[in-house]
Design a protein around this ligand. Structure first.
Ligand code: THU
Length: 135
């Protein structure tokens, strides 16, 4: 990915974070997933008064992408408010591993001013659990 492609993906993740529904945590997260055919699918976190029903931005992006017919991905960007680099939670790592190769680059940044940190999905989730489809 060129620097321009990375910043475009990060920008789209930041834009998605603006749609976050986060009245409980006030922590807004946006994710942008680049599909193999160049389509970008975004997601934001959607919280719920029954806290455990909250859905993370990354899983919203993956499920929206799959529902739109995309199952192969080239990169993911995650942008969030707050002081910490927005590393994806364990559940999102596992869901990403269902559709993405271990070499998927994941770009993470707080807002748009920081230089994104890049890790592969395999760095974030080594030895992911998997089953062969159909088993
Ligand atoms: N959140 C995400 O959107 N992605 C993650 O990987 C971790 C957490 C959201 C869920 C909740 O709305 C807020 O961040 C605080 O946990």
């Amino acid at each position: 990915m060129s620097n321009a492609d990375v910043s475009s993906l990060v920008k789209q993740a930041a834009q998605a974070a603006e749609s976050a529904y986060a009245p409980y945590s006030s922590y807004r997260v946006g994710a942008a997933l680049l599909a193999d055919d160049g389509t970008v699918v975004t997601g934001c976190n959607v919280e719920n008064a029954s806290y455990g029903l909250t859905i993370c931005a990354e899983r919203v992006a993956v499920t929206r992408a799959v529902a739109a017919g995309h199952q192969r991905f080239r990169a993911l960007a995650i942008v969030a408010t707050g002081e910490q680099v927005p590393y994806p939670c364990g559940a999102c790592r596992q869901v990403l591993a269902e559709f993405c190769a271990p070499d998927l680059p994941v770009y993470m940044t707080r807002g748009l001013t920081d230089v994104p940190i890049c890790r592969t999905l395999g760095d974030l989730l080594p030895e992911a659990f998997s089953l062969s489809p159909g088993s």
